[in-house]
Each structure stands twice: as structure tokens, then as C-alpha cells.
Design a protein around this ligand. Structure first.
Ligand code: ZN
Ligand code: ZN
Length: 289
């Protein structure tokens, strides 16, 4: 669960070169004088590049320093923009008491800790089984192939207001194999929230369905098959992404998914945390190996 902030918190990077306030709405106000790295690595994402160019071209940067306070949409964007490389923001910032921002804003530290331990045990077991050649499916294989919700399923009006609160876990169905009940309305909503555009790249083209909309599919970023390792429902707005059919099959069957997963993770982690779900990028990528 997330700590309710009544006022901004003072934060800084662990090396103290970037000093900021974490605002109640999740944005980050970085103070002038903070460090700006002039050299960037080329794996950096386009939105970070744009933010860097904006700062440089608008007089915000002189001598590797911010000349004015600047508000970033979230900690990751702040840290990636200022340091010119990919960072997960909540881990990069600490409070003045030297508590990681990610831990500080999660009120239930023990729950998050236990959740991460459970997930890590699961990942260790998967990795171990694969290493000794035991046939183990990827977590992602168990996911949604037969139950994909797509643009075709959207007919009547669906509530399109996203909701980012922790929900109770879905009902467990014990058949030939264990699965979890999913709410198709949420999957439809994810396609509407994305405005029928692929969450990996809005320019991806798909064909049109009989209802005149681009064909898109809903995908659970953290596979529902791992629900046992989380304390709150994975079948929530924050965890359902809208993908073009090519990207969707790629995530299930493709290789070299790192940059795709970085994009989805960075876009979603803030909302996942609001929904009571904590996962590191390293853990997420293991689920797709
Ligand atoms: Zn999927
Ligand atoms: Zn796509």
C-alpha cells in the first residue's frame, strides 16, 4: 500500500548531486544547482532524449547544472534525464534519512519485502529448473493465449476511467492447471484507454475490425499465472497493456525483449505500485525469459 503524502518529501540521489522534492502527486521537483550529465548513452529512450533537449535548448543547463528548478513527471524520468542513462527512479532517490524513496512511499514495507521474496523464490526455481534441463514453461506462456480480449470484443460503453488502487486477488480456478479468473471488462478498458494504439509504439499499424476500429489485444504485463506471488490483484488497469497483434505475439514468443519491457515497465511501475504491486525490472524480465 502506498503512503499518503500530505506534503512534499525532500529527496536526493545517493551521491547527493541531485536534490529534489517528491510531490504528493508523484512528480519530482528538482532544485536548481543539481547535476546534469552532458554525455548520454545511446540506449536512452526517446522521451528522455526529448526532455534533455528541452532543458538544454531552453537555458536550463549551464556547466552541467540545472539553472532553475524543474518539475519532472516522475522519479524515473527525472533521474534518466539528468544522468543521461536508464535508471529506476524510486531506487535512485533516498530521503534525507537515507531511506530509499521506493521503500518510503510503500507504507507496508513488510508486505513488499515478503512479496519480493516470494517472487524471487519463484524465479530462482524457474531458473534452476531450466538450468538442469527440466521442462519448465515461461511464466508468460501460461498467460492469455486462449483468452485474449481484443478490439472485436468492445461493443457497448465501458467505463474508461482508470483506477489505481490495490484490489483483492482474483478467484483461483483449479482445473487441469491452476489459473485465475480475469475480468474481460478491464481488458477492454485497456484498449479504450490506449485509444486503440499499441502501448509499445503508437505508430504501429494493425488491420481494422468489422466495428471499424484498429485491431488491438490486451496483455497482462505481469503474467496472471504469477498471481500467487503477489498480495494484490494483477488483473488491474495498471497491469493490462494494449498491444498490436505483432507486439503481443512478440512478447509471448520473441527474443530480445529488453527494450520493449523497459518501455512498458517505466510507463507502468508508478501505477503498479499505487495498485499494491511491486516488482523490479530484473524480476519482470525473468518472467519473460
Ligand atoms: Zn499476452
Ligand atoms: Zn505494436
Amino acid at each position: 500500500m502506498r503512503r499518503k503524502l500530505t506534503e512534499p518529501i525532500q529527496i536526493q540521489t545517493k551521491d547527493g548531486r541531485v536534490i529534489a522534492e517528491y510531490l504528493q502527486d508523484g512528480r519530482v521537483k528538482v532544485y536548481k544547482g543539481s547535476f546534469f550529465r552532458s554525455v548520454e548513452v545511446n540506449s536512452i529512450r526517446q522521451n528522455v532524449k526529448n526532455e534533455r533537449l528541452y532543458l538544454i535548448n531552453n537555458g536550463y543547463i549551464i556547466n552541467h547544472q540545472l539553472t532553475k528548478d524543474y518539475i519532472f513527471d516522475n522519479p524515473s524520468l527525472a533521474i534518466s534525464t539528468l544522468l543521461g542513462r536508464m535508471e529506476t527512479g524510486n531506487q535512485a532517490f533516498v530521503t534525507m534519512d537515507n531511506i530509499e524513496l521506493g521503500s518510503y512511499i510503500d507504507i507496508d514495507l513488510i508486505t513488499a519485502y515478503e512479496q519480493n521474496n516470494r517472487l524471487n523464490e519463484f524465479i530462482d526455481k524457474l531458473t534452476h529448473d531450466r538450468a538442469i534441463g527440466l521442462h519448465t514453461k515461461k511464466a508468460i506462456d501460461e498467460d492469455d493465449y486462449d483468452k485474449t480480449v481484443s478490439s472485436n470484443d468492445i461493443s457497448d460503453s465501458i467505463d474508461t476511467k482508470p483506477s489505481y488502487v490495490p484490489l483483492d486477488k482474483p478467484e483461483k480456478i483449479t482445473g487441469e492447471k491452476v489459473s485465475f479468473k480475469r475480468n474481460p471488462e478491464l481488458a477492454k478498458k485497456s484498449i479504450l484507454l490506449a485509444n486503440y494504439q499499441c502501448d509499445l509504439d503508437k505508430s504501429h499499424k494493425s488491420f481494422f475490425t468489422k466495428n471499424g476500429k484498429p485491431y488491438m489485444e490486451a496483455h497482462h504485463l505481469i503474467p496472471l499465472s504469477t498471481q500467487d506471488y503477489f498480495d494484490y490483484s494483477l488483473d488491474v488497469d495498471a497491469n493490462i497493456v494494449c498491444l498490436c497483434p505483432n507486439c503481443h505475439r512478440k512478447l509471448h514468443y520473441g527474443d530480445n525483449l529488453t527494450s520493449d519491457l523497459i518501455k512498458l515497465y517505466e510507463d507502468r511501475i508508478h501505477y503498479l505500485k499505487l495498485s499494491g504491486i511491486d516488482i523490479s525490472f530484473e524480476e519482470l524480465i525473468e518472467l519473460y525469459k
